[in-house]
Design a protein. Sequence first.
Length: 445
Amino acid sequence: MHAFKYSVPFLACLLLHSPTRANAPDDPKAVLDAAGARGESEPAQGGADYYLYPDITGEQSDLAHLALAQAYSAKVKRARKTLAALHELEAEKGLPPLSQLLSLAVDVMRYQNGDFADEGEESALLESIHDAAEQGSYLCQQALKRTPGHPTYLLILGGIRGFTATLKIHSNPGQALSDGFQALKLLEKARTADPRLKDGYLGTGIFNCMAANAPLFVRATLKIIGRSVSMKPGLEALRMSAYQGQYTPVSSQLFLIQFLSPYDGEPAREKQQIFRSLESAFPRNPYYTFLENDENLCFHPDSFFVPAARPALASRIAAFASSDFASLRYGNLVRWQYTLLDPSPDRRYAPDTSFSFRDYGFYPAFVEGVRSKRAMEDTLEPGEKPSKAALVALQAMRDSCLARIADSPMSPARKRYYAWHVTDGLRWSPAKARARPVVTSAQAR
């Protein structure tokens, strides 16, 4: 069981005061005008826990937070416009290339999630990643020649190398390990030069958590060079960047969701707090609602099937944006989840059955599997076991979903992640079995 450092109420407070500002002005010019009016060296939200990194200006930081808030709110086009304004500001005033790191971070996460509709969008995303990595790395290297050991440039360069390393994990694990190790050393140097750069812990956390789950030869290689890795310090590093970082809280929280156990009490509660905080901060983005519902369906079904769930989920669906492929896809996936609460939903809450999910083509079948599993459990008396035929049918549905995941364009890591979820979600366990009433459309209303 993981050592748990933070209590849930403390997490709620930290997440609530995260420096990534979901309620910031939604226009780059308004941000720059506000920064100019108050003096650019002061950030819009000051406080004892807020610190401008060396050579980062207040207006630069404000634009960075606006871009992140827009990206995490599923406003991709607006985020790109803001990042362009940030890049122009940096070029004009010779500031550290924070825009390149943030652009890379957002695009790498979108690429890893498969958030593109076709090969054209995929190529454009890869080109954007390549350009940001090349330009950002060059600017940092030139600055570090002039000022060796500058913490902000070390942080940005280490972040760039770390994010690009994650793209090579499956195609070239040896190169990914080498690049990741170099990124790790840069981030450690940045934190040594200025311990207040808490964002640097994101790369450390990702490296440790991923390496801890890597093949044996990778872990053996790290051990030979004197670098031991394990999940515990990886989670602690992710918590540091998630709850004390300036620009990495949301991305760190999303990695925590992946690595925290859904079974252990405190980590499971930490995940639920993260889900609720993300949904509250970014209600337009259906991705966070999808993740929480999927977690509950697979590991905590009683948390999903509660009397208040149907109106609450309907309200979330009504707030979703639908401006790009990713928003449409996750919104449709949530609507599929909603059919478990209302089998005959109104049109505005019903999924588009013709939508092409690409990576998530298995999900409608998974939802039907959950529906069948619950219907089977509802026929059982306390202590009664399902018939052999019912268990065989459930296994067939599970195997069908797993086969679809295996044939999907997901990365191997995401295939393992969702195969784990589906396997647990469609497994009948005598220890957890009990009769549960099916919520019909008439009952729900």
